[in-house]
Design a protein around this ligand. Structure first.
Ligand code: KG4
Ligand code: ZN
Length: 384
């Protein structure tokens, strides 16, 4: 079969991205326009601003992706776009643009679930390295700013299907990193800066109690019979640890020093890591390191418990938080102890990008699973 060149478009949150991927396994271009500078003053993503920035960026980003791939609007075989989950207004920008392109060029349009994209980031890069071997059961942890999900992934002739076996009951793991960074006056997004500050603190200094899930998930509609016969669930919860950090700040009267840090960092136009480090005292560094350690122990512990229980043969860890250094090291170390091979995307493909969308679209392209022109954005699209 001839190669297929798929143009991927991603606009679900605060990155406008476009990429060209050949046959699901070769990245020809991967352009990401980040909106961090726009949202930074607000300490988080402002949905209206995100939509406006996507509108501004989408055309130049797509043009750049085509040019870098040595492709034209006419030479590509299909257009893939993120349908959800994500911010409705932000998704709409990518979808409207992709529809217009597909209509004008008379090319197939493929709707992709953002979470499936994160999983295919791993598949794409492994294939690019020449590794085509897959083993099942395949467990995937998608851990980002909006999601903390565990899936069992299966492949058949028609493509991929997914069974959700765990999710967060409240905050996503990346959201906890972002909220804790905000509480400590470290700005947005929190994950990358906490990742770099943590090695400078003592991760054993502050003890956080493990997250307790005492109740059944209220969104779980299964009856007792189904629960007895189906695979067990491995849910997460991260709002408690954020509250514990807040309590620690109050009990140790850290508010004043946090405010001084916030103001000092706000005066620097593009603070560098050294600026963050110079503005953190020992107590803050210890708190940051202990918080990160507690998050990672919980994520790794629960995921490996799920892998043991389901006898997983492979584990994928993907999404923005998968860029975290200590998380990667811990998964690799603990996975190796259990004889479980663990795969991550490279760091640029861990966070949001469009190469993963183009890669996830390839099996759908082969199966001619095309989207109708009237499909719409789905802010809480589930992955199945
Ligand atoms: O996948 P992503 O780019 O967007 C979503 O789909 O949410 O993930 C963004 C999230 C943010 O919460 C960010 O703080 C977190 O990933 N993140 C990290 C790191 N890099 C990004 N968290 C921990 N350590 C990192 N190095
Ligand atoms: Zn994402």
């Amino acid at each position: 079969m001839a190669d297929a060149y798929i143009l991927g478009i991603e606009s679900s949150c605060d990155e406008t991205a476009a990429a060209v991927v050949r046959s699901g396994e070769h990245i020809l271009s991967n352009v990401v326009a980040s909106q961090i500078a726009t949202h930074q003053p607000y300490g988080g993503v402002v949905p209206e601003l995100a939509s406006r920035e996507h509108l501004r960026a989408i055309l130049p980003v797509v043009r750049q992706a085509l040019a870098e791939a040595n492709q034209t609007y006419n030479s590509i075989d299909a257009i893939a776009v993120t349908q959800g989950p994500g911010l409705a207004g932000a998704l709409m920008v990518g979808i409207s643009y992709a529809k217009a392109l597909a209509f004008a060029l008379e090319k197939p349009l493929i709707a992709v679930n953002h979470l499936e994209g994160h999983i295919h980031a791993v598949l794409l890069e492994e294939r690019q390295k020449g590794n085509h071997e897959l083993q099942f059961p395949l467990l995937a942890l998608v851990v980002s700013g909006g999601h903390t999900h565990l899936y069992l992934a299966s492949q058949n002739n028609e493509g991929w299907t997914y069974q959700n076996i765990g999710h967060t009951r409240d905050d996503a793991a990346g959201e906890a990193f972002d909220k804790v960074a905000k509480l400590l006056g470290l700005g947005y997004p929190g994950g990358p800066i906490i990742d770099r500050l943590a090695p400078h603190g003592d991760a054993t200094a502050v003890k956080f109690p493990p997250a307790q899930l005492k109740h059944r998930d209220r969104r779980d509609r299964r009856g007792p019979k189904e629960i007895a016969t189906e695979v067990p669930r491995f849910d997460f919860s991260y709002s408690g640890i954020k509250t514990a950090v807040l309590r620690y700040i109050e009990v140790h009267a850290m508010a004043h020093s946090i405010e001084i840090r916030r103001q000092a960092l706000a005066k620097i136009q593009r603070p560098k890591f050294e600026n963050y480090l110079a503005n953190c005292d020992r107590q803050t560094l210890d708190l940051v390191a202990s918080f990160q350690r507690a998050m990672i122990e919980d994520l790794v512990g629960k995921t490996l418990a799920a892998a043991r229980s389901l006898d997983a043969a492979m584990l994928f860890v993907t999404g923005g938080v998968a860029a975290n250094n200590e998380l990667r090291k811990t998964f690799e170390r603990d996975g190796a102890q259990e004889g479980l091979p663990v795969f991550f995307p490279s760091r640029p493909l861990s966070t949001d990008n469009a190469a993963m969308i183009a890669a996830a679209a390839f099996p759908k392209f082969l199966a001619k699973d095309f989207a109708a022109m009237d499909f719409s954005a789905e802010a809480s699209l589930a992955l199945r």
